[in-house]
Design a binder for this molecule. Structure first.
Ligand SMILES: Cc1cc2nc3c(=O)[nH]c(=O)nc-3n(C[C@H](O)[C@H](O)[C@H](O)COP(=O)(O)O)c2cc1C
Length: 328
């Protein structure tokens, strides 16, 4: 068990922040399947200080998703501190600082992964945020900016010295975006260099991957990103493997469909049917992974308009897959 301020993180696997994906509906679902902790979609510290309504909407937290950190991005220590104070009003377990986002609109604006080009600034940001809020401050970093500037260990040490209480490491440089296999050795190197808990991140698609990362890197927790898309039960599978040392069967067809419907119903409840169903298109397509007729079914996913369309999609999945003896 990891202690982060007053919060106990029970379990080994946490849900990664993914903008546009890990909203309240998905976070609640993953926590229900046993994720030990989660992180909000990133929110702009500057927008928070300007009372931006859309940014504030990202931050409504519910008890079902605790413990959760709110992640903020930006580059100016004073603005980050102000943004963190506002984020703290939503009562998260921690404030997480984004030092990993590779998207040009963030990184070209000195934020996200661009912070790693200036380790001293990373330290000043952590210090300013830690001073501003009465909550633990954590950071999420990458391996470095590019192959010529791999500095995760240096940045992690500086952040720890500045007051960061947990460090998540995504084993890719900014230059690598999301594509080549993540380098888990950099997670090992960071773990060996700091005393605070280290979270390993990159390419965990199964319980076996999670066990391998824990063993290989010595990290305290693993963070699952894309491996949870259309696959929120991965947390149940990791917990079973970790706690009981045995695999659990993957969900059968009907559980899979029931979870998908529950997910989309939550999405519509929180965002309204119009936005919810538009966002449901990508989520449902992820749930089709591995199903028979997935190509045809994905076309249906792309055409979803109302919650009623979920019934037609569900029926079509059953027609294509019911004869399968077990889950796909
Ligand atoms: C669609 C998408 C959105 C993401 N948004 C964020 C974000 O808001 N903040 C962040 O720190 N990382 C973000 N990430 C990075 C993930 O948290 C994670 O570090 C990365 O996907 C690697 O883990 P994985 O191999 O398990 O997917 C995002 C990744 C994806 C695919």
């Amino acid at each position: 068990m990891i202690k982060l301020g007053n919060t106990e993180i029970r379990g080994k696997a946490i849900l990664a922040p993914m903008a546009g994906v890990t909203d309240r509906a998905f976070r609640e679902l993953c926590m229900g399947f046993g994720a030990a902790y989660c992180v909000s979609e990133m929110a702009s510290a500057k927008a928070l200080t300007m009372s931006d309504r859309k940014t504030a909407e990202l931050l409504g937290l519910s008890p079902a998703e605790q413990p959760i950190a709110i992640q903020i991005f930006g580059y100016d220590p004073a603005v980050m501190a102000e943004g963190a104070k506002i984020a703290a009003q939503y009562a998260p377990a921690a404030i997480d600082i984004n030092m990993g986002c590779p998207a040009p609109k963030i990184a070209n604006n000195h934020s996200g992964s661009a912070l790693m080009k200036d380790p001293a600034l990373c330290g000043r940001i952590v210090e300013a945020v830690a001073k501003a809020v009465d909550l633990p401050v954590t950071v999420k970093i990458r391996k470095g900016w590019d192959a010529q500037s791999v500095n995760a260990v240096e940045v992690a040490r500086i952040c720890e010295a500045a007051g960061a209480q947990m460090i998540a490491v995504h084993g890719r440089t900014r230059e690598q975006m999301y594509a080549p296999p993540a380098d888990w050795d950099i997670i090992t190197a960071v773990k060996q260099s700091v005393k605070v808990p280290v979270v390993g991140n990159g390419d965990i698609d199964s319980a076996a991957d999670a066990m391998r990362m824990l063993e290989q890197t010595g990290c305290d927790l693993v963070m699952v990103g894309r491996g949870a898309l259309g696959n929120p039960w991965i947390f149940r599978e990791i917990n079973a493997q970790y706690d009981l040392e045995r695999p659990v069967a993957p969900p059968g067809l009907y559980e899979r469909l029931s979870v998908m419907n529950r997910h989309i119903a939550k999405l519509c409840a929180y965002k309204g049917e119009h936005i919810g169903m538009r966002e449901a298109r990508k989520h449902t397509a992820w749930y089709m992974r591995g199903l028979r007729g997935a190509a045809r079914l994905r076309v249906m996913c792309g055409e979803l308009r109302t919650f009623d369309d979920m019934k037609r999609l569900t029926q079509a999945v059953i027609e294509e897959n019911e004869a399968l003896p077990t889950s796909p």
